[in-house]
Design a protein around this ligand. Structure first.
Ligand code: CAA
Length: 258
């Protein structure tokens, strides 16, 4: 596969695994990581043989935040003119499912990157937090919005105003995390989950993702109307006929992503 400076990209079947790989900086997210992640997602989005993606880091850190050393000396205009961090919207706009497999630190931009993903599977050693306040700033990759939607105002204020971390248990209780697994099983479980998703009909998976994400953007009435339109549209797919025929014939479905 293609080579990147700060990430590894591997394939197993219909699943792509994207591993953040700046171990000396605990996977701090600098501009090169953004370029690499964006280029990888462009490739994966256009590759019909990819049905789901796992995004992970190391056992010690998913990502310890945006790169503080890169930001340290920047001015307001430096940040504004290049829309610093705006490019990370690419991850949230990715149309296929992404599972964040989080071990160790997911802090600041690392937590925000995990929250841009669709499922968040946490190792039991995962630590989540938005410590930006300790640097004299606030979250800048969506944390004040996505964390609040994920865990509610009380817990989001607690984390964002104090900068404290929460462990995997607290994060699961708060609704940030889909599942907690032993650290040693993290990648296996994330891969199995991604493979399950990638075995479904890709159009239905993409539309399901889009439909759930609508819930964060719109009113209940608009969201329900959106769901019904796209639900009806799936009856134009071959895979709907195949999926229902397979059920009636008591056999496994053989989807062709059409
Ligand atoms: N940016 C740049 N470098 C970082 C980094 C970051 N966010 N996080 C860690 N590193 C570097 C450290 O500087 C250190 O490098 P050196 O060996 O060259 O000194 C190396 O990674 C290892 O880190 P530590 O020695 O600090 O490791 P530790 O185990 O003692 O502590 C930690 C781990 C608690 C995660 C600590 O590294 C830490 O607090 N990191 C910063 C966390 C943070 O503030 N994140 C928010 C960043 S701002 C942001 O993300 C803005 C946004 O919303 C987009």
């Amino acid at each position: 596969g293609p080579e990147f400076e700060t990430i590894l990209l591997e394939r197993t079947g219909r699943v792509a695994v994207l591993t953040l790989n700046r171990p000396k900086a605990l996977n701090a997210l600098n501009s090169q990581v953004l370029l690499d992640v964006s280029a990888a997602l462009d490739l994966l989005e256009n590759d019909e043989s990819v049905g789901a993606v796992v995004l992970t880091g190391s056992e010690r850190a998913f990502a310890a935040g945006a790169d503080i050393k890169e930001m340290q000396s920047k001015s307001y205009m430096d940040m504004f003119l290049v829309d610093h961090f705006g490019g990370w919207d690419r991850v949230a706009a990715f149309r296929k499912p992404i599972i964040a497999a989080v071990a160790g630190y997911a802090l600041g931009g690392g937590c925000e990157l995990a929250m841009m993903c669709d499922l968040l599977i946490a190792a039991d050693n995962a630590k989540f937090g938005q410590p930006e306040i300790k640097l004299g700033i606030i979250p800048g990759m969506g944390g004040s919005q996505r964390l609040t939607k994920a865990v509610g105002k009380a817990k989001a204020m607690d984390l964002i105003l104090t900068g404290r971390n929460m462990d995997a248990e607290e994060a699961e209780r708060a609704g940030l995390v889909s599942r907690i697994v032993p650290a040693a099983d993290l990648l296996t479980v994330a891969l199995e989950t991604a493979q399950t998703i990638a075995s479904m009909s890709l159009p239905s998976v993409m539309i399901a993702k889009e439909s759930v994400n609508r819930a964060f953007e719109t009113t209940l009435g608009e969201g329900l109307r959106f769901e019904r339109r796209v639900f009806h549209s799936l009856f134009a797919t071959e895979d709907q006929k195949e999926g229902m025929a397979a059920f009636v014939e008591k056999r496994a479905a053989d989807f062709h992503n059409r």
